[in-house]
Every structure is written in C-alpha cells, then in structure tokens.
Design a protein around this ligand. Structure first.
Ligand code: ADP
Ligand code: MG
Length: 319
C-alpha cells in the first residue's frame, strides 16, 4: 500500500468531520475556523515503543494512549479539545496493527468530538507524535502559577492505580484477578478528565495533570506559584483494587510517587470549595480534598499522627 492509500484507508475517515474544519487531511496543511473571542491552546506528546509503552502493548491501547495523554494536557488548562495531527513512524506496514491502533484512537476521539486534521507518515522504529489543539475564552486558561495561600488542594479519581498496573502488565497479563485486570486497565487505558477540567475555569486557581506522580506534579504548581503545601497521606484517594493488592503504606507511596494516572490536581479558594461537589456529581468523577496551600515554601507530607513524612526515607524500591 502506498503512503497515501494507507492514510486514506486508516486515517482519512478516522474521526467525525466537524463544521469548523475548512480543510482537513489531503492538502498541504489544514485550515481551521475559530471564533473571534477564543484563544488557541496547543500541546504535543511523543510516545516511543519500549520507552513510553511496553513493547507488547496492544495496538489499541497505544492509539488510546497517544490521544489520552494529550487530552489530559488540554484538560489541565481547562480548555476544549478540538483538532489533532498525527505523526506516525512505523517499522513496517502491518494491517492488523494499524486497524487496532486506529480503532483505539477513533474510540477516544469520538468521546470528545475531536477531529484528525493531518499528520505525517514515515518508516522507522515505532513512535507516535500526536499534537492536540484546543480553544478557550480569553483569561480562562488555568495555569500552574495561580495557587494562593489558603487554597484547598483537590485530586480527581484515585491515585497509584496505574503505577501498580504497569508492574502487572510487565509481569504477566494472563489469568488476571478482577482487581489486577482493573489496575492494568487503569494503566493501559487512562481516562483523561476533560469534563472536570472544563468546569474549573472561574473556580480553580491552579491546575495540572498527574503524569509523573502527585508529589512531583504538585511541586510544579508550588514552584510556579512560589508557595508551599501541606498534603495529608490519609486523605489520598485509593481504589479498593489497589488496597486489596498492596499494604496501605505501599498504596500511599504509589499514590504519591507513581506516574501514568492522568488524574487532575487543582487548587480552589476555600470560599468556592462547595462548588466542587456539584462538579463531581455532574461529571461522575470523584474529587477529593487532600491538603491545602500554605505560605511556607515546599511540600510537606503529613502522616496519620500529624508527623512529617520524608519521601526519600520511604524509598522508591517497592517491589
Ligand atoms: P505533504 O507532502 O504535503 O506533507 P503528505 O503526503 O505527507 O503531504 O500527506 C498528505 C496528507 O495526508 C496531508 O494532509 C497530511 O496532513 C495527511 N497525513 C499524512 N500522514 C497522516 C497521518 N498519519 N494521519 C493523518 N493524516 C496524515
Ligand atoms: Mg508530509
């Protein structure tokens, strides 16, 4: 199959055409219509076989991940995801792989009405670069730098699942118990919290998505906002599956340090925290208060007896 017929077969009709795409796939560049009172929000992520996903990852999960990680970044600005481009480097033409990959991509794209508007296709070791473009009204984008003393810190969903899910996928994917299957799915099919992100402009002062682990990603908010935080380990949202598989302490360490959950972490002035319960209900996504922003710089992690916990001392070697 020629490059062009491959594009035509797998990608030209991957997503539902949107009325704001004047010209999509098939010309030298795409042409997009945007309303006058909108700002453009752009992000891009490359995922490489063996580095960002395991070599035996199902193609469907790779397609899902390529879009999910970018949707999560757009969600972490409070923006609306709209269009994406796809630069694919493939080692060989493999029809079954391309079918599954494009299905994984198309299913997630359909959930958010985002359209594939162009890309590039080359030969080489497997790598996928996906660029996502979103829009937002002026002054609505939620930055990392906006946290204020007294803000409450929230996270969506549950934390640490993907960290253990990765270990499960590495070890053995056969005859998994329901809990282990759930955790491996949390790693392989992260669900970006776009709906929650869209509700946060005007409510959250700062926002980030958790790709590298809560402690590391919350630090980015603290550094950008030049502020500190107190975080209570007992408040961390842990899934029943995670608690069933590891000790409470291991679950808490995973929740603090493991990546790939793609949940959102945001800070809210205490006068607006009653709005969060409504958002959780409207989006069916749990939102948990795990701490507060304080004036003293740095992240303090507080244990069950009120003692400060030093992550370095807990060690990173869990398994
Ligand atoms: P050019 O040589 O002008 O860059 P290409 O021949 O690379 O154009 O691509 C032809 C068209 O197909 C362009 O509209 C391009 O955006 C699109 N395209 C190429 N690869 C992909 C892909 N993997 N997914 C979606 N669109 C693609
Ligand atoms: Mg090209």
């Amino acid at each position: 199959m020629s490059e062009f017929s491959l594009i035509k077969h797998y990608f030209q009709h991957l997503t539902v055409p949107q009325s704001d795409v004047v010209r999509g796939i098939g010309d030298d560049a795409a042409v997009l219509e945007i309303a006058g009172d909108q700002q453009i929000v752009v992000c891009v992520d490359t995922i490489i076989a063996g580095q960002h996903f395991l070599l035996d990852t199902p193609a469907q999960a790779i397609g899902h991940r390529a879009l999910a990680v970018n949707l999560s970044d757009i969600a972490a600005m409070g923006a609306v995801p709209r269009w994406f481009t796809l630069a694919l480097t493939l080692p060989e033409e493999n029809a079954a792989w391309l079918r599954d990959f494009s299905q994984g991509l198309a299913a997630l794209a359909a959930n958010y009405s985002v359209q594939l508007i162009g890309g590039d296709t080359t030969q080489g070791s497997l790598s996928i670069t996906l660029q996502l473009i979103g829009t937002i009204k002026p002054h609505q984008a939620i930055l990392r730098s906006g946290a204020k003393v007294g803000d409450k810190i929230y996270v969506t969903g549950s934390l640490g699942d993907a960290g253990l899910g990765l270990e499960i996928c590495r070890a053995n994917m056969h005859n998994l118990s329901p809990e282990r299957a759930y955790l491996s799915r949390r790693y392989q099919y992260p669900q970006p919290r776009v709906e929650v992100g869209l509700q946060l402009p005007g409510i959250a002062n700062s926002l980030i998505d958790i790709s590298d682990g809560l402690a590391a990603d919350l630090q980015h908010i603290l550094e950008e906002s030049q502020i500190g935080a107190k975080l209570y380990v007992e408040e961390l949202p842990l899934s029943p599956a995670l608690c069933q598989q590891v000790s409470m302490q291991q679950a808490q360490i995973l929740a603090l340090t493991a990546g790939d959950d793609y949940e959102l972490c945001f800070t809210v002035p205490s006068a607006l925290t009653d709005r969060i319960e409504n958002i959780a209900q409207a989006t069916s996504v749990k939102c948990t208060c795990i701490g507060e922003i304080v004036a003293e710089n740095g992240l303090q992690i507080i244990g069950p007896a009120g003692e400060e916990i030093h992550l370095e001392k807990l060690g990173w070697e869990l398994f």
